[in-house]
Design a protein around this ligand. Structure first.
Ligand code: SF4
Length: 465
């Protein structure tokens, strides 16, 4: 035992060592959605198996839902079929499904935390790469494929290899206009998109200590983009305050007992790590990706490196040595499980307020969940966005991956608060994605091009000392 949270959670959930050297790990929470489950349920059915622990399984619908008109049946027959299959499977196996009509639907990585399902010390699995988001609460959470979804449905366990642990400490204060999104883009840029292979990332340091749960979720969400299957933050008072009173969190005395156990799962003061990286928060600037993976980013006031990947340059239409600032955009997207929580929408709204979206830009805001949407509407954020010319949509994954009607067309350039800028990710094989913080997306929407949010809206910046 190295005394890290990862090791403690692993040991607490270890069922047995398998003859092939892998570990059988118990999964505390299995989150399911419409895309990676139909085949898994079919495989269960083919073997005459039932879901082992329906009470530890919870479903929602996010990837394929239209965000403009969510009335059933959906116009897209395939999307309707997928949701119907999930509904049927959940009914048959007694699984709680938070569907469109529930008022609690949303992106799986947004609703888990906001409902208090995600808790420290847990193991969490979901058929989506960005399950690492839940690590913000001090859980060990990872994405799985369809055959593993089947395994968890059938046994509530997975066969896995343990991971090494790299502590990444971000110390000091973030400058004005620099957000959690910039921190994780900076980490991925420095360590590489494969740098985390075989590691769990433990995020620490005084900058992380000060972050809200929403910000920690943004950081952990993109661990997978740095090659780390798992990313986590040790649970602390911020974690406990967030969870208190949430629907699925322990209540009353049970909550206090849970806090004691959750606290014990945090990494020990003298825990040993396989690797350590330290970053100075003050050195981080607003980041923008210029390429075709999330590691290909620069600070907004930098120029593209001379060594820039020629394939990425050609695809994106950039030249080495040119700035990314000033790039004309066609679409602005505030959404996704990385940056569609209430605090993200608030930051974007602060920039947008009193301005108009540039005439050549299509801009949309897609809340991460129905609860986020309702909370934003209570604050009047929907009116701020609508008055500025943004489309205010229903909850879903939307343009993060375009398995729904929200897609880029042709060579459009999208300023996006999502997490992946792979070729074709946003629906058009030739579409181009520039990842950045929601505040930067909002500023780009107004300006019609990539701008430095620190210059564009200096009075509206949230951070800074
Ligand atoms: S928002 Fe994007 S990354 Fe997140 S769950 Fe949906 S498709 Fe996956």
């Amino acid at each position: 035992m190295r005394g890290t949270l990862f090791d403690k959670v692993w040991q607490a959930h270890l069922v047995r060592r398998l003859p092939n050297g892998q570990s059988q790990i118990f999964i505390g929470l299995h989150l399911i959605h419409e895309v990676t489950t139909p085949q898994a349920f079919d495989m269960l059915r083919a073997r005459g198996l039932r879901v082992a622990m329906a009470e530890r399984t919870i479903g929602t619908v996010d990837h394929i839902v239209p965000t403009r008109d969510q009335r059933r049946p959906f116009l897209d027959v395939m999307a309707e079929d997928m949701l119907s299959a999930l509904e049927r499977n959940c009914r048959e196996h007694g699984i709680r499904l938070l569907g469109i009509e529930s008022g609690q639907q949303g992106i799986v990585h947004v609703i888990g935390p906001e409902l208090g399902l995600t808790q420290p010390g847990m193991t969490i699995a979901c058929g989506d790469s960005h399950t690492s988001t839940h690590g913000a609460f001090g859980s060990v959470a990872f994405g799985i494929g369809t055959s593993q979804v089947r395994d968890v449905l059938a046994s509530q366990c997975l066969a896995m290899e343990p991971l090494k642990v790299r502590r990444i400490s971000v110390n000091g204060c973030l400058a004005r206009g620099v957000y959690a999104k910039d921190v994780i883009l900076e980490i991925i840029r420095r360590l590489g998109v494969q740098g985390g292979a075989g590691f769990a990332y433990e995020y620490a340091g005084s900058a992380l200590d000060r972050m809200s749960m929403d910000e920690r979720m943004t950081i952990c969400n993109m661990s997978i983009e740095g090659g780390a299957r798992v990313g986590y933050v040790n649970p602390d008072q911020t974690t406990f305050d967030y969870l208190r009173g949430r629907q699925f969190a322990p209540q009353g005395d049970a909550f206090e007992r849970a806090v004691r156990w959750w606290s014990s799962m945090a990494s020990d003061r003298h825990a040993s790590y396989d690797d350590e990286v330290v970053l100075d928060a003050a050195s981080i600037r607003p980041n923008v990706t210029w390429g075709i993976n999330p590691g290909q980013s620069i600070a907004v006031d930098e120029k593209l490196p001379a060594s820039a990947d020629p394939e990425a340059l050609a695809f994106m239409g950039f030249r080495a040595g040119q700035p990314v600032k000033g790039t004309r955009i066609d679409v602005a997207f505030v959404g996704s499980c990385t940056n569609a929580r209430l605090s993200d929408l608030r930051e974007a709204a602060r920039i947008v307020s009193g301005h108009r979206v540039s005439p050549h830009v299509k801009a949309l805001v897609v809340p991460g969940s129905q609860a986020v949407r309702a909370a934003a509407e209570r604050e009047g954020l929907d009116r701020v966005f609508s008055d500025a010319g943004f489309e205010w949509r229903g909850a879903g994954c939307s343009m993060c991956l375009a398995m729904n009607p929200d897609r880029l067309e042709g060579r459009e350039v999208c300023a996006s608060s999502s997490n992946r800028n792979f070729k074709g990710r946003q629906g058009s094989p030739t579409g181009r994605t520039l990842l950045m913080s929601p505040a930067m997306v909002a500023a780009a929407a107004i300006a019609g091009e990539v701008v430095d949010v620190r210059e564009f809206a200096p009075a509206e910046m949230a951070y800074g000392d």
